[in-house]
Design a protein around this ligand. Structure first.
Ligand code: ATP
Length: 347
């Protein structure tokens, strides 16, 4: 078996004068759950459409199990797509919608019955065979769309914001269900979303994109804990980012406690960005803190308090803590060296 099921090599896409994608290279392994994540307009859908064969790259190569497929039409690629809008046939019932692809292929009716039953069980809608599409909720319709896409057993399923139209609670439920389905079937999923939490919850690897380029590819832990630049740090979760810090100043500022993390290939006089996540800062007594400051605000967020502290040099710090603090109090802030992430400064 090929090491990669899908490979994009230096893929670019121009629409008129607009660069929608610039030199995208991406290798996806069989059975991986890979998510393309980024803000609106960054090129996620264009990447997916190029993989699906609905769009031709302006430059670059596309491989499926090691074979170049640039010139293959969509129906000759062993993949299928689920869109945000379910695109079901309103005049057919649930059974006929799911069976559609197999009917086209003239598969025996007995076989189709068995497979539709399995699919309905997989998407948790047993007994829905005869239901009309318009009588289903949004979540149910999307499950049918997923069943319809999976019944032909594609090797790769492309999903373009498939949960975008659902409310938050249902979305979260479906995230877990989709992940379970993907593991059960052993199919490669390439998933598009602009929701960072969704990407972190579901993916084996996340591809963070901005403005037609890949910023970082990594496991959810990698991109959360070790973002390579300010864009990724900002987009994934919340963080305190100190801009343009000189490592020398920074060492002095944190009283040498952070010296170990300077050994990461950055020069001592290099200007860098420093990221500290809000949950990695502890509010302590003023005399024991690395920094001292005044509490500016405290907001209860359900699982934690969001505390804003302005330090003596005027830098504002956001802290997530399970302990309350009092507005106006002078406090100390303590940060473990491992929680201080140094990133390349944006050019
Ligand atoms: N058919 C097209 N003609 C011209 N420009 C296009 C076309 N399709 C996409 N674009 C442009 O290419 C860029 C990338 O679009 P794309 O739809 O891939 O982004 P996206 O990250 O999926 O955004 P969203 O989350 O809003 O769907 C955008 O600037 C978009 O306007």
């Amino acid at each position: 078996m090929e090491a990669y099921i899908i490979e994009l090599k230096d893929v670019s896409k121009k629409f008129a004068e607009k660069d929608a994608l610039r030199n995208i290279s991406l290798s996806i392994k069989p059975k991986e759950f890979v998510t393309l994540l980024g803000p609106s307009g960054c090129g996620k859908t264009t990447t997916l459409r190029i993989i699906g064969g609905f769009e031709q790259p302006t430059n670059g190569e596309l491989y499926f199990e090691g074979r170049r497929i640039n010139d293959f039409p969509p129906y000759q690629r062993q993949l299928n797509t689920v869109f945000q809008k379910y695109a079901l046939f309103p005049h057919l019932n649930v059974y006929d919608n799911i069976a559609f692809g197999l009917n086209i292929k003239k598969v025996a009716q007995k076989e189709i019955e068995k497979k539709v039953a399995y699919m309905l069980q997989l998407v948790n809608l047993e007994g829905f065979e005869k239901r009309k599409i318009h009588s289903l909720s949004g979540g149910q319709q999307q499950r049918i769309a997923i069943a319809r896409a999976l019944i032909c057993e594609p090797k790769v399923l492309l999903l373009d914001e498939p949960l975008g139209a659902l409310d938050l609670k249902l979305r979260k439920e479906m995230q877990l269900e989709l992940k379970k389905m993907q593991q059960q079937l052993g199919i490669t999923f390439i998933y598009v979303t602009h929701d960072q939490e969704e990407a972190l919850t579901m993916s084996d690897r996340v591809v963070v994109m901005s403005d037609g380029e890949i910023q970082q590819i990594g496991t959810p832990e990698d991109i959360y804990n070790e973002p390579v630049n300010q864009f990724v740090a900002d987009f994934i979760g919340e963080g305190n980012i100190l801009n343009g810090v000189m490592l020398e100043d920074y060492r002095v500022k944190f009283e040498e406690q952070v010296f170990p993390c300077i050994d990461k290939g950055f020069g001592k006089n290099e200007s860098v960005e420093v990221l500290v996540r809000p949950e990695d800062i502890q509010v302590v007594a003023p005399e024991t803190g690395m920094l001292q400051g005044r509490v500016e605000s405290v907001v209860f967020k359900g699982v934690h308090y969001e505390i804003m502290v302005r330090d003596e040099s005027g830098v504002g710090w956001m802290i997530h803590s399970i302990h309350m603090a009092k507005k106006g109090d002078t406090v100390g802030l303590s940060i473990l060296p491992d929680a201080i992430h140094i990133m390349k400064k944006a050019v």
